[in-house]
Design a protein around this ligand. Structure first.
Ligand SMILES: NC(=O)c1ccc[n+]([C@@H]2O[C@H](COP(=O)([O-])OP(=O)(O)OC[C@H]3O[C@@H](n4cnc5c(N)ncnc54)[C@H](OP(=O)(O)O)[C@@H]3O)[C@@H](O)[C@H]2O)c1
Length: 398
């Protein structure tokens, strides 16, 4: 387990009882409490009620598939009767049963019939549209006449968009929407971006030396980060729908880019940016994942248009972008990165800035920089892992 540096001033449970984080203690020593709070990176206020705890279990269920569920969202469902779990289920991906349908079916197969005294927890509004492989869940949920239904957030799919919530309310059910909304939206960031913008979500992963280098001046980058960080990368590869990589990195590192979790090694869908017209069949990435899983995007394309086409025509909903720095820079310049995952190794590399983000940028002041909003900071062995959203995009002067 990593250490969360930016615990809110509300303090965390430590060995010696309730403790403030080091940062919080220092700030409280210097400033009054309101000013210290302003200076700390605050997590959103997390409701800590029984209902929120049930919804949290629902989100954990939703997140249990080890592979991507896209183009479908991650959904978990819980049925409770007198505070006891009657059944639970999660959606395992396209073509598979929806979480609430499965939870209802499991409850029924146990002989449970008292749905009108039961509560349903689900992180996404039930579906009500027909043009898909699985039947809509709304009729099933209506038929159960649950006493109460908790939904983390509405489904932005224009074919649903609050229709199911309204239908459930019209039926007389007590429906509460918005419990742990922020956490639930984070879980389905890619699905939400797909529905709202018709684009894939891009997560940029980088392993950097403590001074921001992706590789030594000779291009060697094995290994800037430690074993724990690399294990987390494999976990994220497994969960992601597509992996993106620049040709130079592929050529230099001979990466396989499959997801190696314990003994299991799973092929992935790969997008290679740039490189020669035809990729050599002997590239490790092709051997490990198969020729038909590796797609190439020629250099010099308009990246934004190209991602829109990849979404519409090839169903690319999410890209876990593994670099290198030139490709990452292209994505940042086109304002296409949604989420950062940076592993800072403990070494200082120095030398030229060739293998850094924006090696050619010439900012005139820090105010012009691209900013990101850290959401999580953890120690992974001796690496520092920082994760967050891209916050503000500003064009830079070359
Ligand atoms: N530490 C890490 O996490 C990490 C991760 C990956 C790689 N690396 C290191 O990074 C180094 C390689 O990085 P690099 O910066 O030289 O190259 P790179 O980013 O791996 O690859 C650049 C490639 O991306 C293509 N490209 C860039 N913008 C594009 C666009 N808009 N559309 C399509 N293709 C585009 C380029 O094509 P054109 O040249 O044809 O424009 C080029 O082939 C290696 O030393 C590797 O070890 C480190």
């Amino acid at each position: 387990m990593g250490i969360s540096f930016f615990s809110p001033l509300g303090a965390s449970e430590g060995r010696g009882g309730r403790q403030h984080s080091l940062a919080a203690r220092i700030l409280l020593h210097i400033f009054d409490k309101p000013s210290a709070e302003r200076l700390l990176v605050k997590k959103s206020a997390q409701p800590s009620s029984e209902k929120a705890d049930w919804m949290r279990s629902c989100l954990e269920l939703a997140d249990s598939p080890k592979d991507s569920c896209l183009p479908n969202p991650r959904v978990g469902a819980l049925i409770l009767h007198r505070n006891k779990v009657i059944s639970k289920a999660f959606h395992a991906g396209p073509g598979k049963a929806h979480a609430e349908a499965l939870a209802i079916q499991r409850a029924r197969s146990k002989g449970f019939r008292k749905f009108s005294e039961a509560s349903l927890y689900i992180n996404l509004e039930p579906c009500c549209h027909l043009n898909k492989r699985t039947p809509p869940c709304l009729p099933l949920v209506l038929d159960c006449q649950f006493k109460e239904i908790f939904i983390a957030h509405p489904d932005p799919n224009p074919q649903v968009a609050g229709r199911s919530i309204r239908a459930l309310r019209r039926s007389g059910a007590k429906v509460e929407v918005g419990l742990l909304k922020e956490e639930a939206e984070d879980l389905n960031q890619a699905f939400l971006k797909n529905q709202q913008e018709g684009m894939p979500l891009v997560r940029l992963k980088a392993a950097m030396s403590f001074d921001g280098r992706w590789a030594c001046p000779n291009g060697e980058s094995k290994w800037i980060s430690g074993e724990r960080s690399r294990a987390l990368v494999h976990h994220w590869r497994a969960k992601s729908q597509f992996i993106g990589i620049g040709y130079e990195s592929l050529k230099r590192d001979g990466s396989r880019l499959n997801a190696r979790l314990g003994r299991r090694s799973k092929p992935k869908n790969i997008l290679v940016f740039g490189g020669p017209k035809r990729l050599g069949k002997n590239l490790p990435v092709i051997k490990a994942n198969g020729m038909d899983r590796v797609h190439q995007i020629p250099s010099g394309v308009d990246l934004r248009k190209s991602l829109q086409t990849l979404y519409k025509e090839k169903g690319v909903c999410e890209i876990f972008l593994e670099g290198g720095p030139r490709l990452a820079t292209s994505f940042l310049e086109a304002d296409l990165v949604d989420h950062w995952m940076i592993f800072y190794g403990r070494g200082l590399i120095g030398g030229s800035a060739r293998y850094t983000i924006g090696a050619d940028w010439a900012l005139k002041s820090p105010q012009e920089s691209i900013k990101f909003q850290p959401q999580r900071v953890e120690l992974l062995g001796s690496d520092v892992f920082v994760e967050g959203k891209l916050h503000v995009y500003r064009s830079r002067t070359k």
